[in-house]
Design a protein around this ligand. Structure first.
Ligand code: ADP
Ligand code: MG
Length: 258
């Protein structure tokens, strides 16, 4: 079906608990190619856990995750924990997803270039030469070609985050996952990172973006999920979510956050 082949990511009824704390209570979403989906909601509503379950940094308890048409296969261990049926599949699924964290997570002992080519060379088995060519092009795109041989400690937060974005792009992911990519930045550095994300959206990259930058979410996304206590309380186009939300919780939230 044409509909299925345009789906970069589908998540159905995701559930996740930590001990007795139910953090996700059945969250679903579908990202077609080129969709930019922003995920908003108060701290603790489950936004990070949702992204972390999608790329299997956390194992969902229940629900389906389908990346690029491939469904993640999980099983329950004797101890009752969910685990992947195949770690090779986990690697494949992860190589379809480019993750960018709030805290950059660059390797401090590697240069910018080495950070960017690490996964293509060591996970995907691409030659160093080919990976370097690609990395250089991506570094030029995020405005960091001249920093390729620098170590992260010598970069500003904005430059580190742009490096992390280039690194995530270097595996050619079907979907980019951003978890509050500008929350750890000094205010004057936020704009340069948002610009890179906006350029990716304009190019038609498929993305899920957790953010507190409401104006940016409104401009860049075609769909918004408002999470509340582990459920999608409301979703829709940004005009609905920000101008005419149906849910009073959503109205309250978008009114108080800027
Ligand atoms: P958000 O990103 O929306 O702020 P999170 O997904 O980080 O929310 O967290 C949702 C809830 O799950 C919080 O109460 C948090 O403390 C809890 N939580 C997240 N990760 C873990 C974990 N690894 N172990 C236990 N509790 C966790
Ligand atoms: Mg979070």
């Amino acid at each position: 079906m044409a509909e299925l082949s345009s789906q970069a990511l589908r998540v159905e009824e995701l559930h996740k608990s930590f001990g007795s704390h139910q953090v996700l209570k059945g969250v679903s979403t579908t990202a077609n190619q080129g969709d930019v989906i922003s995920i908003i909601g108060s701290s603790g509503s489950g936004k990070s856990t949702f992204l972390r379950c999608i790329n299997l940094l956390e194992m969902p308890d229940r629900g389906r995750v389908i990346v690029n048409g491939e469904e993640v296969a999980l099983r329950r261990s004797r101890q009752g924990q969910m685990q992947p049926k195949s770690w090779r599949q986990v690697e494949r699924i992860r190589s379809g997803l480019g993750m960018v964290f709030q805290s950059f997570n660059l390797w401090a002992h590697m240069t910018v270039l080495e950070n960017v080519i690490e996964a293509p060379v060591h996970v995907l088995g691409i030659s160093r030469r080919e990976a370097t060519e690609k990395a250089d092009a991506l570094l030029a795109k995020v405005g960091l070609y001249d920093k390729r041989d620098a170590y992260p400690a010598f970069l500003s937060g904005g430059q580190q985050q742009r490096t992390a974005i280039a690194r995530a792009l270097c595996i050619d992911p079907a979907v980019m996952l951003f978890d509050e990519p500008t929350s750890a930045l000094d205010p004057e550095l936020v704009g340069e990172v948002l610009k890179v994300i906006r350029d990716l959206a304009d190019e038609g990259r498929t993305m899920l973006l957790v953010t507190h930058e409401m104006r940016f979410a409104r401009d860049v996304s075609n769909h918004v999920l408002f999470l509340h206590e582990g459920r999608v309380e409301e979703e829709g186009p940004p005009q609905q979510i920000f101008d005419a939300p149906l849910s009073s919780r959503c109205r309250e939230f978008t009114r108080t956050v800027h």
